[in-house]
Write a protein that binds this ligand. Structure first.
Ligand code: NAP
Length: 286
């Protein structure tokens, strides 16, 4: 039977640290970190994420601003807002909730956000910094996964790590972070031949596929650490991961649940990145 990795508890610890550091930043320097969140259109999932981010900002003592733009917002209008926020001194972090409606090119928006305020770490400059291992921000979900792995006490160095998924938001940066820790990393995707033969080798398996119950028991090595990034909404409204928990849990040594695993970590890491941004923009060292 696997040990459960409690993302709720670990994320609460991260947020508590951020809250304490924020209180000290306000007291010593009169600086209150601020996050601007932009949402375009009426996607219900995006609305839930944005509400959760605002709540987290309140809990750690940040200022937050929400810009809710209509579905028919043009790219030029969104770019203009991003430019305004780039120039606004009190705004330390800018987050444009993805996906944006089809008339807007998300790459153009990501590229327009000042790298210093890019708390999602999606801007090519920040992506490049991550690649060379000299970064200010890490993308929130993979950074959260690293915290969860660290909480197990298991060393990544020398381990066989398999990441299923190669998205720019999760899979690729995830693989890079595991590589920075000297894991031997394999990235799998939809063209991978005989996926189970690869995943069965993994000491650490990260699933970021976007398909409910995709990773079955026969795909996992006995004693593996299994991290489930997937957040899939079933027809009955329930949230379900990419890992078939009932089958995999008995084989794994450690496993994240869904919900209550990676999800809460993503927001906690966003709070940490915003604090880092506020300190860095004000020339405050750790
Ligand atoms: P994505 O952009 O759709 O990428 C999915 C990846 O899975 C792609 O690289 C795809 O391969 C691969 N894939 C699809 N079918 C496969 C198959 N049969 N075999 C092997 N690989 C396959 O998704 P994403 O943005 O990375 O997100 C992945 C999941 O994580 C989603 O459920 C998302 O909701 C969740 N997520 C959770 C959080 C969180 O905070 N917990 C944050 C972000 C995302 P190709 O590249 O070849 O198409």
């Amino acid at each position: 039977m696997a040990n459960l990795i409690d993302g709720k508890k670990i994320s609460a610890e991260v947020k508590e640290k951020v809250r304490l550091e924020t209180a000290s930043l306000v007291e010593k320097h009169g600086i209150q970190p601020g996050l601007a969140v932009v949402i375009v259109g009426n996607d219900p999932a995006s609305r839930v994420y944005v509400n959760n981010k605002k709540k987290a900002c309140e809990a750690v003592g940040f200022r937050s601003w929400e810009y809710a733009l209509p579905e028919d917002t043009t790219q030029a209008e969104l770019l203009e807002l991003v430019e305004t926020l780039n120039a606004e001194k009190n705004v330390n972090g800018i987050l444009v909730q993805l996906p944006v409606p089809a008339q807007i090119d998300d790459k153009a928006i990501i590229n327009a956000i000042s790298p210093a305020k890019d708390v999602d770490a999606f801007h090519p400059e920040n992506v490049g910094q991550i690649m060379i291992g000299d970064y200010k921000f890490l993308p929130c979900t993979p950074a959260g996964v690293m915290e969860l792995i660290d909480s197990t006490g298991i060393e990544v160095s020398g381990k066989k790590c398999v990441v299923i998924g190669r998205s720019n938001i999760v899979g690729k940066p995830m693989a890079m972070l595991l590589l920075h820790r000297s894991g031997t990393v394999t990235i799998c995707h939809s063209r991978t031949v005989d996926l189970p033969s690869v995943t069965k080798e993994a000491d650490i398996l990260v699933a970021a596929v976007g398909k409910a119950n995709f990773v079955t028991g026969d795909m996992v090595k006995e004693g593996a650490v299994v991290i489930d990034v997937g957040m899939n909404r079933l027809e009955n409204g329930k949230l379900c991961g990419d890992v078939n928990f009932a089958e995999v849990e008995p084989k794994a040594s450690w496993i994240t649940p869904v919900p209550g695993g990676v999800g809460p970590m993503t927001i906690a890491m966003l709070m940490r990145n915003t604090l880092t941004a506020a300190k860095s923009q004000n020339g405050i060292q750790d």
